[in-house]
Design a protein around this ligand. Structure first.
Ligand code: F6R
Length: 240
């Protein structure tokens, strides 16, 4: 992967936002791969200030993942987060923005349906990624197959602890999720992984320089011909 070390989150946000604007200008129906969590927020923030004058009416998007077992209307469902942080502020067409469906009634075929929708859109042009402190990308926790497709996974205790800050207590963090697989993510044409802070340093080092291993899901990016890793000094601190 190409590693870009930036001064701070705002610089990272600006850099990735410029890349996304250029993509949309060259391809008005570009397909964006959207991440949730804290890491991509500076990108979405930077896009807000740069998007006016850009025709986004045909932009399409696919979120990486969703919790299973919370109401889609819950403020911390990834459907809600994507609506609040991306669709509304950027003025995207909500019909063109997809989030995996974590509803129990349709969960059996939700993964396959999502894969089919991505394929029908012609695949993802630019996939934004964060990384978990346990090394996950999407919610592909350690032990995920590099060939995996969108499916239900169990969140690790570490991830539930990390994400408890979005909920009233850790007991409210769902146990399960539906996530694009590592195989799905690797099919995107450009991967842009962001990470900030010391807490991500080991996960970044493992992803960029570690052995290719299902135990280090982030290491899957080493198989991708066009992966960019945008990190601050702290997140880069364990790179050789
Ligand atoms: C989010 C996702 C996760 C997060 C990761 C880091 O859609 O798939 O992989 O990117 O858990 O989360 P933050 O950015 O909150 O540290």
């Amino acid at each position: 992967a190409e590693v870009v070390i930036v001064e701070n989150k705002d610089a990272a946000g600006a850099l990735v936002a410029e890349e996304i604007i250029a993509l949309i200008e060259s391809r008005p129906d570009a397909v964006l791969g959207l991440a949730t969590g804290s890491t991509p927020l500076p990108v979405y923030q930077a896009l807000r200030t740069r998007i006016s004058g850009v025709d986004v009416s045909r932009v399409r998007g696919f979120a990486l993942d969703e919790y299973v077992g919370i109401d889609p209307a819950h403020p911390e469902s990834y459907r809600s987060v994507i609506t609040r942080e991306v669709v509304e502020p950027l003025g995207l067409d909500p019909q063109r923005i997809h989030v995996p469906n974590g509803a129990e009634a349709t969960i059996q075929h939700a993964g396959e349906d999502y894969e089919a929708a991505i394929a029908e859109a012609g695949g993802v042009d630019l996939q934004i990624l964060g990384i978990g402190t346990d090394g996950h990308i999407g919610f592909n926790e350690p032990g995920s197959s590099f060939a995996s497709i969108t499916r239900v996974k169990t969140l690790t205790e570490q991830t539930r602890e990390d994400n408890a800050r979005f909920f009233d207590s850790i007991d409210d963090v769902p146990m399960h999720c539906i996530t694009q697989g590592l195989g799905t993510i690797l099919r995107a044409r450009h991967l842009v992984l962001l990470a900030f802070g010391e807490g991500k340093a080991q996960a970044v080092a493992d992803a960029v320089e570690g052995p290719l291993s299902a135990i280090l899901p982030g290491s899957a990016i080493q198989l991708h011909p066009h992966a960019t890793v945008v990190v601050d000094e702290a997140a880069a601190s364990k790179l050789k």
